[in-house]
Design a protein around this ligand. Structure first.
Ligand SMILES: C[S@@+](CC[C@H](N)C(=O)[O-])C[C@H]1O[C@@H](n2cnc3c(N)ncnc32)[C@H](O)[C@@H]1O
Length: 164
């Protein structure tokens, strides 16, 4: 599962990654603000439908993670909102700022032995993420800064993995 998928423009990379070592799998993306419209009058949902076309068992859900039920072996969470400022800049109301609740809920969606890969932006966020994990008693492996192989990151990105 991918959390906070936006328009899921990167779904194919996730699909190809999982396909490389799993024969059968389902890939689910969930996005709270799925009907946000772009200047070309397509919304995120429509764009995600385009990007998921032809990818078997791939499903984009317009919904709130906190209301989502299910069980997953692997969760990918790229740039969760763990401070208020990015969430507000993104255009979401502050009532959606619930980093602890979100993280715990995501953790509960993991199967036993399941893994959640979290990518944070900037060292400060990475530190806050580690503190959050500790506070919630979640064991995590902290991998540090990741290589910007394609040269597309505006800011440094950091990675850690939470295992159930
Ligand atoms: C910083 S963006 C990252 C988008 C995408 N993962 C990427 O890397 O391009 C965080 C995304 O999480 C979504 N989000 C925030 N709260 C959410 C929730 N409760 N349920 C589902 N998605 C949520 C936001 O709407 C936003 O699209």
């Amino acid at each position: 599962m991918d959390i906070g998928s936006k328009n899921w423009a990167y779904v194919k990379s996730e699909y190809v990654f999982f396909k490389s070592f799993a024969k059968d799998f389902n890939l689910t993306g969930i996005e709270l603000d799925a009907y946000r419209m772009y200047s070309n009058f397509y919304n995120r949902y429509e764009i995600a439908k385009f990007y998921t076309k032809g990818l078997e068992n791939t499903n984009y859900i317009a919904g709130d993670l906190l209301e989502h039920k299910g069980k997953y072996d692997c969760i990918i969470w790229v740039l969760p909102f763990i401070t208020e400022y990015p969430l507000v800049k993104w255009g979401l109301p502050l009532r959606y700022f619930k980093p602890e609740e979100m993280l715990l809920h995501a953790y509960k969606l993991l199967n036993k032995g399941g893994e959640m890969l979290i990518i944070n932006q900037g060292e400060d966020e990475y530190q806050i993420q580690q503190e959050l994990n500790r506070k919630l008693g979640l064991s995590s492996e902290n991998y540090g800064k990741i290589d910007d192989v394609f040269g597309v990151f505006r800011n440094d990105r950091y990675c850690l993995k939470v295992t159930n």
